[in-house]
Design a protein around this ligand. Structure first.
Ligand SMILES: [Zn+2]
Ligand SMILES: [Zn+2]
Length: 101
């Protein structure tokens, strides 16, 4: 159990995005995008439970086209498009990083 909370700052458009990764006993955090709010939304995702609309605006969430992985050194990495401007965000854009468990 556990994961990482990221605060990502996009170099290109200065937007900040919160991202929570990891898993618990019954769910995994999956990453979605609200294209209306232009934000990332981390949803605790249970099997067979489809995430609902954005809590802020009601727009249907879509899966984020980014990816998360663990590199050979055991460091959690991420890479994917900024929901606001589509520039690529990576782990290096994290201004804050906090493990939770
Ligand atoms: Zn929204
Ligand atoms: Zn951006």
């Amino acid at each position: 159990m556990g994961g990482v909370d990221y605060l990502l700052r996009c170099d290109a458009c200065s937007a900040t995005h919160e991202l929570r990764t990891g898993f618990s006993l019954s769910f995994t955090f999956e990453q979605f995008v609200c294209h209306r709010c232009e934000t990332l939304v981390s949803v605790p995702y249970e099997q067979d439970v489809v995430p609902g609309p954005c809590k802020a605006c009601g727009f249907q969430l879509e899966p984020w086209r980014g990816r998360l992985w663990r590199d050979a050194a055991g460091t959690d990495r991420l890479e994917g498009p900024c929901p606001a401007c589509f520039a690529i965000l990576t782990t290096e854009d994290a201004t804050e990083l906090r493990r939770w468990d």
